[in-house]
Write a protein that binds this ligand. Structure first.
Ligand code: C2O
Ligand code: CU
Ligand code: CU
Length: 468
């Protein structure tokens, strides 16, 4: 929601106050140990080597004070490193030290189907996968995760995911914070379900599959109850909703604005000051937040039923390099409207009746996902307009291999969050997108399009297409 609307809404203001008052009582109450400082994932900078080496491995982590949970991660126990990429050649190697097949899908990288890491590119236990990639895209915050059909939800849940920064090295000229973990924070939001012993569990019931599995604790970068410590200046937050199903509506408890500067696929043309921001599974945003008042705001979610996501604290001894939010940005959004050669209907379906009768009822255009079926073929280099419908609930819709623009949502112009380049967005009842399909995907390694509620995806709300 844009700033003016929000401030004029007394209900929302009340909710923010309520959030503050009820903070310690919420189910997500943080700060058992408020002095714990939020850590960033380790950095894996590929810019000088042109090489990227990941290993999917098992681990164990005690997330809360209680028992340890068996986990999985890339190069570590849980989650993976933050990878920095620049345009050019990238020789990747992904090894699998687990006992089950995994894949490494680069969600948001514009690479051909054979490099995409889809369910058609499983890495067997003990094997490795070596895509020789070429990166050529605008700076963006993208991510990677395992994508084995019917196993994606569980594998991501236990840790097989990480963030990627595609950078062109010009952020200093843009006046953007760029010191990793100092004024440029990477935040992976994940809710997880913990049992009484403090173990993270994944045991979705039929209702969980229906609604998507939501947790009872919130982790940021795999940590519960940590505080982000930042300099007294402008801070950049790169936020990934890495949850299986939870949709966040983020806001600060003191109503300070969040300046949206980038969406999934790149920068905007100018920052948009927002008071609330909806972020569905798979989506990323980059925000600039002014911390120069030295305050200690809490990032919250859901004005209607507020809960804490991440408390902030200022450390004035940290270098504050940026003092103001730039007025203009250099994102190039282009205008695809009018050049489409094809329109398609995509209906995201979950049939209650089908579920009751034992079939799961999750489908797109009446057909559950089938690895052996190509749903349609796109002509490479052409523009298409897709009309997407959600049934029963709003579904976060994602397409591999492209970035798209949202033309409309329920017949109206898109929300501010959806005005930039996107690869994933929440489809209310219906929406239209437009994209040019430049990257190729052959029959053997097609691109996926699916709901990013991972339980829905695994249950069949996914399809696949070629680009030739
Ligand atoms: Cu983030 Cu097909 O996935
Ligand atoms: Cu993807
Ligand atoms: Cu869905």
């Amino acid at each position: 929601m844009k700033r003016r609307q929000f401030l004029s809404s007394s209900a929302a203001a009340l909710a923010a106050t309520a959030a503050l008052l009820h903070w310690p009582a919420r189910a997500f109450a943080q700060a058992q140990t408020p002095e714990v400082r939020l850590a960033m994932p380790p950095l894996l900078d590929t810019r000088t080597t042109g090489r990227l080496s990941l290993q999917a491995q098992s681990g164990s982590r005690s997330f809360l004070s209680g028992a340890a949970t068996p986990t999985a991660g890339f190069n570590q126990d849980y989650l993976g490193p933050t990878i920095i990429l620049k345009n050019g050649d990238l020789a990747a190697e992904v090894a699998n030290a687990l006992k089950v097949p995994v894949s490494a899908h680069w969600h948001g990288l514009l690479v051909p189907g054979e490099h995409d890491g889809s369910p058609h590119l499983p890495i067997a236990p003990g094997e490795s996968w070596q895509p020789e990639m070429h990166i050529a895209q605008d700076p963006a915050t993208v991510w990677y995760h395992s994508h084995i059909h019917e196993r994606t939800a569980e594998q991501v849940y236990f840790g097989l995911a990480g963030v990627i920064h595609v950078t062109d090295g010009d952020d200093d000229a843009r006046g953007f914070p760029s010191a990793y973990g100092v004024d440029d924070l990477t935040l992976v939001l994940q809710d997880r379900r913990f049992d009484d012993a403090g173990r993270m569990v994944y045991n979705p019931s039929m209702m969980d599959v229906m609604h998507g599995l939501v947790g009872n604790r919130l982790l940021v970068n795999g940590q519960a109850g940590a505080t982000a410590v930042v300099p007294q200046g402008i801070v950049r937050l790169r936020i990934l909703n890495g949850s299986n199903a939870r949709v966040y509506t983020l806001f600060f408890d003191d109503t300070r604005p969040m300046h949206l500067v980038a969406t999934d696929g790149g920068y905007l043309q100018a920052p948009i000051a927002l008071d609330t921001l909806t972020l569905a599974p798979g989506e990323r945003v980059e925000l600039l937040v002014d911390m120069s008042d030295g305050g200690a705001p809490v990032l919250m979610s859901d004005p209607d039923q507020p809960y804490g996501v991440l408390p902030f604290a200022v450390d004035a001894s940290l270098p504050a390099r940026i003092a103001r939010v730039p007025e203009q940005l250099d994102g190039v959004l282009g205008d695809l409207a009018g050049s489409e050669v094809e329109t398609r209907e995509v209906s995201l379906e979950m049939g209650m009746g089908g579920m009751m009768m034992g079939s799961r009822g999750f489908a797109i255009n009446g057909r559950p996902y089938d690895m052996a079926r190509i749903d349609f073929a796109v002509a490479q280099g052409t523009v298409e307009r897709w009309h997407i419908r959600s049934t029963m609930v709003a579904h976060p819709f994602h397409v591999h291999g492209v970035r798209f623009r949202v033309l409309s949502e329920n017949g109206a112009p898109p929300r501010p969050e959806n005005t930039g380049w996107k690869d994933t967005f929440l489809v209310p009842d219906e929406a239209e997108i437009i994209a040019r399909f430049d990257q190729p995907a052959r029959h053997e390694t097609p691109y996926m399009f699916h709901c990013h509620v991972l339980e829905h995806e695994d249950a069949g709300m996914m399809g696949q297409f070629t680009v030739t």
